[in-house]
Design a protein around this ligand. Structure first.
Ligand SMILES: Cc1ncc(COP(=O)(O)O)c(C=O)c1O
Length: 402
C-alpha cells in the first residue's frame, strides 16, 4: 500500500457500499487529533458521532481496558462476572433510575426499549394482546434494524426493506400537543431524541421535554428518551433531558458509554418496567461482558470527575459565538447545545458537502447530515487552545463560497 487511494480502493472493492466516507484514511488517533496514512493531522470534529466524547485513546480508558484484558474478557450471561454488578449500580445512579440492561449497539438498546415497552403495556397497562402502539417523531433516527426503520420517515432508510413492522405512529417533532392528540388507550410509550442529531441537529422548543413528560404521566404512557447521541456530557449536561425538569421513564444509552473503545449500550429504567422481563425473554452473548463494563465504568468515572459536561457547555458557547461573528450570507442558522453544533447552509448556496471538503483541506474533519447541515461535535476533552486553533479555519471556510 502506498497512498490513501490504495486503502480506499480496497474498501471499495471488497466492502459493502453502505457508507459514503470522506476521502481520508486514518491510521492513528490521540485526544482530539487523528492522523492519516500520509502523516497529515486533523482535528476530529465528528467524534464518531459522539462515541468519542473522551477523545481518542484516553489513557485512563486504555488502562482500564488493558487491566481487564489481562483478567477476563467474556463470560456470557450464563455466569455472573465481577464487573457487571458495579456497572449496573453506576449506570442506574447516573440516570436516577432502578434497573439497567446492557446491550452492544445503540440499535440493540432501542430494540430492547421497544420490547420492554410492549411487555409493560400488556402486563401493566393491560393493553389487549398485539395492540400496543409506540409513538415516535418525524425525522427520527434510532438505528437500522427492521423494527426501527419501520418507523423512520426517511424513504431511503425504509424502501426495499419491507414488510415493515407495525405498531408505530409518527408525529411532528417538537409539538407536544401532537403527542397528546396521538395518544390512545393502546399507547405504550413515546420514543424521542432530545435533539435530533442525524436529523440535522434539530433542537425542539424550550419546555418540550417537560411538556411531553407531563403528557406521558397524565396518560400513563412511558417516556423513552434516546440519549445515545446526546448523552454523557455532549450537550452541556450529563443527559440532554436534564436541561429541563424531565425525568424519563426509560433512558437509552450507547456510543460514548463505551468510551469510544468498546461497544456497550444500555436501557436504564424502573423496577416496575424492566422487572417484567423474565429469564429467556431477552439477551445478548456479548451484552454485559466484563471488558465492556470495565471500560464503561471508567468512562462514567471520567464524566463524573472531569466536569466534562460543564466544559462542553462553556466551549460550545464559545465556539458558536465565534462562528456567528462571521455573519456569512451562506449560513441559514447556527444552533446547538454544549459541544453539539449544527451549521445549516442556505439551499440556494448548494449543499453542505463542499464546506465539509474545504474544512478537511484545512485539517478539520466533520460530516454533513441531511444535505444542508454540518455537524460539529468534537471530543468533550477539547482544550481552549485546540478550539482556538480551529476557529480561524472554520471562520475562513464559512466566510466564502467554497
Ligand atoms: C439517537 C440515536 N439512536 C440510535 C442510534 C443507533 O446507534 P448504533 O449506530 O450504535 O446502532 C444512533 C446512531 O447514530 C443515534 O444517533
Amino acid at each position: 500500500m502506498e497512498s490513501s487511494r490504495d486503502w480506499i480502493e480496497l474498501e471499495e472493492k471488497y466492502g459493502s457500499h453502505n457508507y459514503k466516507p470522506m476521502p481520508v484514511v486514518l491510521s492513528h488517533g490521540e485526544g482530539v487529533w487523528v492522523t492519516d496514512v500520509d502523516g497529515k493531522r486533523y482535528l476530529d470534529m465528528l467524534s464518531a458521532y459522539s462515541a468519542l466524547n473522551f477523545g481518542h485513546r484516553h489513557p485512563r480508558l486504555l488502562d482500564a481496558m488493558r487491566r481487564q484484558m489481562d483478567r477476563l474478557t467474556l463470560t456470557s450471561r450464563a455466569f455472573f462476572n465481577d464487573q457487571l454488578g458495579p456497572w449496573y449500580k453506576k449506570v442506574t445512579e447516573f440516570c436516577a433510575l432502578d434497573l439497567a440492561i446492557p446491550m452492544n449497539s445503540g440499535t440493540e438498546a432501542v430494540e430492547t426499549a421497544l420490547k420492554v415497552a410492549r411487555k409493560w403495556a400488556y402486563l401493566e397497562k393491560k393493553v389487549p394482546a398485539n395492540q400496543a402502539e409506540i409513538i415516535v417523531c418525524h425525522n427520527n433516527f434510532h438505528g437500522r434494524s427492521i423494527a426501527i426503520i419501520s418507523f423512520s420517515t426517511e424513504p431511503e432508510n425504509r424502501d426495499g426493506f419491507g414488510p415493515l413492522t407495525p405498531g408505530f405512529r409518527s408525529i411532528p417533532y417538537g409539538d407536544a400537543s401532537a403527542l397528546e392528540r396521538a395518544i390512545t388507550p393502546h399507547t405504550a410509550a413515546f420514543l424521542v431524541e432530545p435533539i435530533q442529531g442525524e436529523g440535522g441537529v434539530i433542537i425542539p422548543p424550550t419546555g418540550y421535554l417537560k411538556e411531553v413528560r407531563e403528557i406521558c404521566t397524565r396518560h400513563n404512557v412511558l417516556l423513552m428518551v434516546d440519549e445515545i447521541q446526546t448523552g454523557l456530557g455532549r450537550t452541556g449536561r450529563c443527559f440532554c433531558y436534564q436541561h429541563e425538569e424531565s425525568q424519563p421513564d426509560v433512558v437509552i444509552l450507547g456510543k460514548a458509554l463505551g468510551g469510544g473503545l468498546y461497544p456497550i449500550s444500555a436501557v436504564v429504567t424502573r423496577q416496575d418496567i424492566l422487572g417484567l422481563l423474565k429469564p429467556g425473554q431477552h439477551g445478548s452473548t456479548f451484552g454485559g461482558n466484563p471488558l465492556a463494563c470495565a471500560v464503561s465504568l471508567e468512562a462514567l468515572a471520567l464524566l463524573e470527575e472531569g466536569k466534562l459536561a460543564q466544559h462542553s457547555e462553556e466551549k460550545g458557547l464559545f465556539l458558536r459565538n465565534a462562528l456567528r461573528e462571521v455573519q456569512s450570507p451562506m449560513v441559514q442558522d447556527i444552533r446547538g447545545m454544549g459541544l453539539f453544533t449544527g451549521i445549516e447552509i442556505k439551499a440556494e448556496y448548494g449543499t453542505a458537502k463542499p464546506y465539509v471538503m474545504a474544512l478537511m483541506q484545512e485539517g478539520i474533519l466533520c460530516k454533513e447530515t441531511h444535505e444542508q447541515t454540518i455537524r460539529l461535535a468534537p471530543p468533550l476533552v477539547i482544550s481552549q487552545e485546540e478550539l482556538e486553533w480551529a476557529i480561524p479555519k472554520l471562520q475562513s471556510v464559512f466566510s466564502k463560497e467554497p
